[in-house]
Design a protein. Structure first.
Length: 110
């Protein structure tokens, strides 16, 4: 199998981008194509966050996957990582067992 991964830095992520991305990714000729789009802010937040992590001798991907569960789902780092993992097919992450907060506590916060 052959893959092409296109990296596209954008000013901001908008709905009007998606038709172009779909046009590229769904083109059936030759090989599978992925478009990984991101903003400079997402990249900077992700890099800063990664530099702050302590790997303790583990692979960086394992460290990132363990640490990401403690971030807000809407954070720049999570958005960047989620999109990266979905667009780069040769990453084969093994996600650690998630730690579920107390359900009553989650409901009371809402």
């Amino acid at each position: 199998d052959s893959y092409m991964i296109l990296f596209w830095k954008v000013e901001c992520i908008e709905e009007r981008m998606y038709p172009d991305i779909i046009k590229i990714e769904e083109n059936e000729f030759f090989y599978k194509k992925y478009v990984f789009y991101y903003t400079e802010k997402e990249l900077q937040c992700f890099e800063k966050w990664c530099r702050s992590l302590k790997t303790n001798g583990k692979p960086m991907l394992d460290t990132v996957l363990e640490a990401v569960q403690f971030l807000n789902d809407e954070s720049e780092q999570v958005q960047f990582l989620t999109r990266l993992l979905s667009k780069v097919p040769f990453f084969n992450p093994i996600f650690p067992k998630a730690v579920m907060n107390d359900f009553d506590e989650m409901v009371n916060k809402r």
